[in-house]
Structure formats: C-alpha cells, structure tokens
Design a protein around this ligand. Structure first.
Ligand SMILES: [Zn+2]
Length: 443
C-alpha cells in the first residue's frame, strides 16, 4: 500500500480528526504512524486490508472496545477508531512513555536489554497477571499474547500491554488464532482434546482458558528467558509447520516435566533456561510443573489461573533481598539464613513475618498483600495491607499500615494496639497483626 504522507488528515469515529506526522514502522497486521490528535502526539495503527479477518466484525469490535474504555492503565487501549476510508481503517492509541522495551528485545538482545534486578522480573510478572485478571474480569479475552505485546521497564518491572485490537468478549468472536509459540496446545492441534460427545473433532477458539496457557508461557519466559516447550525436541534442522504442530500441540512436553525427561533443555542451546530455573524457589517450580503438566496441556480446566500465580509471585517477591555485603540479590526462601551467591556472605534472618502457609524475612521494602493473609479472589489479591519501612530517625524496622482501615496489633502478652491507616507498629517478636480475616505474627 502507498504510505500516507505527512499532513494527511483522517477523520475518527470520535469526531476529532487526526493528522499524520510521520510514518514509523510496519508490523504484521499494519502500519504505525506518529500522528497529532486532540493536541497530542499519539500513534495510529493502520491495517493492511488483506490482514484483517472478518473486517466488518473486527471494525465493530474495535469501536466497541474504544467506547468501553481501557480496563486498566497497563493497556495501550484504542482511544478511537478512524472512519473507514482509503480502503481500510485504523485506530488511535497513546504514545508509549520512554524507558520501556518490547519484551522481544529482552529475549533476543539480552546483553543490551535486561532486567536490572530479579525483583523487577517478578514485578513484571505480577503486573502482567494483574492486567490479565482485570481484562478477564471485564469479560474479555486477549487472544493473541506474545513477546511483541509487552513493553517492560527493565528497572521497575512496569508493564504496558499493546495490540489490544484483538481483545474481544470471551468465547464470542475470534479474529486471530494467536502466535504459534504462545497458543494453547488445543488451538495448535484441536484433536488433543479428544472427540466431542458425538465423536466429532472439537472446534477450538481463543478463550479465557487459552489465555491462561499463554499467560503461563509468558511468565516462564520472563523468569527463565526461554520457552517452556523448547528443549531437545526443538533441535530439529528445520522448524516445519509439521514440527510446530508436534512441539506446541500433539507432542507438547514441558522441558522440566518431572515424569518425562525427553524434552530437557539443551546445555548449549538453552543455557539461559538452565541457569534461571535452577535457583527458582521450589514453590515457583511446582507452579510451573502444574501449569505445564500433561494434564494441563490436554485439559484446559486444569490450567493455573491468575490467583494461583499471584499467590506464588508475591511470596517470591517478598523473599528477594539485597545482600548486606555486596548488594547482590539473595533468595531468602522460607526465612532461612542463606549465603549470597555472589560473595558467599551468610545473610542471617533476624526477624520474620509468619503467615498461614510460610514465613518471610522482615527487611525494608517487604510488601504484605491480602492474598498472603487469607484465601481471596484474584480481584482482591493485590490489595496492599502494609509495607516494612525503616524510620531514619528511629532505629529498627516498622510495619506501615497501607490500608484505609484501622488494623489490630496484639502483643505476646495479649495487649491490643490499634494501628490506624498510615501508622506503624514496630517489628518486634510476638506481635500479631490482624487484617481482613487473616493475620501474621512477627517472630
Ligand atoms: Zn553478597
């Protein structure tokens, strides 16, 4: 297609015209332009007409999404569609802020683009799970999750999700099947689900369950910098469509499947995965074992949901601390004294917070979330209960109440103390802090 020239004006559905400033790049589905719209620099994605499946319905869905508005700030959501003109159409979205990189760059150019800390890796995972929880809660499914959809800030772990034009109400309309490496196995090879009640092959389409699969793939890739199904079996001279159907569909096998070692990572080709997997805490490994079990591969109902991921990820985040000697990161699993991998210095646990299922070391910056205290749904999981802080003018560590409720602290002797919002209680052994229907005890 002939590209638009700078200065061209296109009408939007919202009624506010946009002006092309310059052409930026080309993607699989369309062209990207820098534009001026409503007095701001924004982005226009303009579709290649031959790349749009069911254009009338797609256009309708795009307009519906723009009208409903973004479910969360993490999404670069369509602001408005353009009018249909010049044989196609497009949509307007906000410009991405500086400091973010496409996740693909983390995977392909890891010497240049990498997370500054492992804590930022985990933060990115939490943000992605949280964004998808919100999307699913609004009744959408994402459909096309892949490493080109996420822009991540390598210092903070902040995430922006783009390509939201394929987002559609769950189980309603499928415009795209997905990107092969990220697609649920039943979208690659429907036959793996077995025949339906009448003996026919099932029809599969993107849904929340297929999003759950893709979400687990993305989380594994962020934490291990490699693909969960790409082990020895992936080492074929040529990756033909037939090989792909086997690797990501009928023969899908997790590289660390505890009962099937036939697809382990290759030390030469998958060195990243081997290096990152080894130090993961046992509960993270177990979560991946479940997410990619043979059962979860063939049974979409067995996949890990957002709440399952949030529970392990917030724990993991709380267990990563800085070495007091060299500043490297140490995984203090279950609040045990742990030597630093980098300098060998033993990190001693002085105080810990004992939750229902586990304990975490008390140090500055540890966040307590609602899902650490009690069983709750994914919507409430990331409600911040408090943070461990240090007061520069007073020695010691304190628990800061981040809620808007007065929490209750109880000493070992049974004295009850009120902890109003934004106030602190010292990290002293024997104190139990109650919030919602749960509590934790300082040891
Ligand atoms: Zn160290």
């Amino acid at each position: 297609m002939k590209q638009f020239r700078p200065g061209k004006v296109i009408q939007t559905v919202k009624g506010t015209p946009l002006t092309i400033v310059k052409y930026l790049t080309e993607g699989g589905q369309g062209y990207i332009y820098d534009i001026e719209h409503e007095g701001k620099h924004r982005i226009l994605k303009w579709y290649k007409p031959e790349k749009v499946n069911k254009p009338d319905k797609f256009y309708q869905n795009l307009n519906d999404n723009a009208r409903r508005g973004s479910p969360s700030d993490s999404f670069l959501w369509p602001i408005t569609a353009t009018e249909r003109t010049d044989g196609s159409f497009g949509y307007v979205m906000e410009l991405r802020q500086d400091g973010y990189h496409e996740f693909t760059e983390f995977l392909t150019d890891c010497k240049r683009i990498h997370f500054n800390t492992f804590k930022a890796n985990v933060e990115a995972c939490i943000r992605i799970v949280s964004a998808f929880q919100i999307l699913h809660h609004h009744g959408y499914c994402y459909q096309d999750m892949n490493d080109g959809n996420f822009f991540i800030n390598p210092s903070s772990g902040d995430v922006l999700i783009c390509d939201n034009d394929n987002v559609a109400p769950n189980n309603k309309e499928a415009f795209i099947i997905g990107t092969p490496r990220y697609m649920a196995p039943e979208l690659v090879v429907p036959a793996i689900l077995g025949p339906d009640e009448e003996g026919n092959e099932r029809k599969t389409k993107p849904s929340t369950s297929t999003d759950y699969w893709s979400l687990s793939v993305v989380l594994f890739m962020i934490l291990c910098m490699g693909h969960p199904l790409e082990g020895e079996r992936w080492l074929v001279p040529l990756l033909t469509p037939q090989n792909e159907r086997y690797l990501y569909g009928s023969g899908a096998t997790f590289v660390y499947d505890p009962s099937d070692g036939s697809n382990r990572p290759n030390p030469k080709v998958h060195a990243n995965v081997i290096a990152f997997w080894k130090p993961l805490p046992p509960y993270m490994k177990e979560a991946f074992h479940r997410a990619f079990s043979k059962d979860a591969i063939r049974n979409p109902g067995k996949r890990l949901r957002e709440i399952d991921w949030l529970k392990v990820l917030v724990r993991f985040q709380a267990e990563i601390r800085r070495c007091h000697n060299c500043g490297g990161e140490v995984f203090m699993i279950n609040a045990k004294d742990t030597p630093c991998d980098e300098c060998g210095k033993l990190q001693r646990v002085e105080r810990k917070l004992r939750f229902r299922d586990y304990a975490v070391t008390a140090f500055k910056g540890v966040r307590v979330y609602r899902c650490m205290l009690e069983s709750c749904n994914a919507e409430n999981a990331l409600t911040r209960v408090g943070t461990i802080v240090a007061n520069p003018s007073r020695p010691g560590l304190y628990f800061l109440n981040n809620t808007d409720m007065t929490l209750e602290g109880r000493t070992a002797k049974g004295t009850v103390k009120q902890i109003p919002p934004n106030s602190v209680v010292p990290i002293k052994p024997g104190i139990t802090v109650s919030a919602y229907s749960g509590s934790f005890t300082i040891e």
